[in-house]
Design a protein around this ligand. Structure first.
Ligand SMILES: C[S@@+](CC[C@H](N)C(=O)[O-])C[C@H]1O[C@@H](n2cnc3c(N)ncnc32)[C@H](O)[C@@H]1O
Length: 191
């Protein structure tokens, strides 16, 4: 059952995020509780592929419809489900940016799952509410198009989490052993 109601994100913070993260066709953006898909649509317009996980069937259908109307249906995957029941480590293509406009209590419940199931260096951006015990790499305050003060919290998986050191050490040894360094770690930010 949905615990967070549908309250759409305003456009201003999304425009900022798109620019600050340098979103491009190299990105795969996941919105946890995508509502009517408006956040993903903005990223899709920048060329990104998008994944929506949404519990409300009507909103899932609206997202598909809106992307269809914009001729961008091939850039959207909709998983009409409870995000707690979706194994994010199985998502393909792999998310490079995760967006969540959810209550603090929901973010806290999700935090361990995000840490475990997302790739190293995945950007996690939240609107208005931070993830408890995580350290943002950047916090942006702005006034949206309706005159309301909003805050965007930007985190990097593997660096912002409480167990970041452990994950980083594991990953460093992975890089040393296999010469593997995810492309997402090479992102240039425009904060
Ligand atoms: C505050 S709205 C944000 C909508 C959209 N992300 C945006 O920013 O415009 C939260 C959304 O999360 C969805 N949601 C709440 N709990 C969920 C859950 N457990 N699994 C999937 N979606 C959920 C709601 O139906 C709602 O559409």
């Amino acid at each position: 059952m949905s615990t967070v109601p549908w309250i759409p994100s305003p456009k201003t913070p999304i425009e900022y995020l798109k620019y600050a993260l340098g979103a491009s066709s190299n990105d795969v953006v996941l919105d946890l509780g995508c509502g009517d898909g408006r956040v993903l649509l903005e990223f899709a317009k920048a060329g990104a592929k998008t994944i929506c996980i949404e519990i409300n069937r009507v909103l899932c259908n609206v997202s598909e419809l809106v992307f269809g109307l914009h001729g961008l249906k091939d850039r959207l995957i909709v998983i009409c489900s409870d995000f707690f029941s979706v194994d994010l480590s199985e998502l393909r293509p792999r998310p490079t940016i995760v967006y969540a406009y959810l209550y603090p209590s929901t973010l806290e419940l999700l935090s361990e799952k995000l840490e475990k199931e997302l790739d190293l260096c995945t950007i996690i951006a939240t609107l208005d509410f931070p993830i408890r015990n995580w350290s943002p790499v950047f916090v942006k305050s702005l006034v949206d198009e309706n005159g309301h003060h909003r805050t965007i919290w930007i985190y990097i998986n593997g660096f912002s989490n409480p167990k970041a050191r452990l994950i980083t050490e594991e990953k460093i040894s992975l890089v040393e052993q296999t010469n593997y360094c995810p492309d997402t770690c090479k992102r240039k930010l425009f904060l």
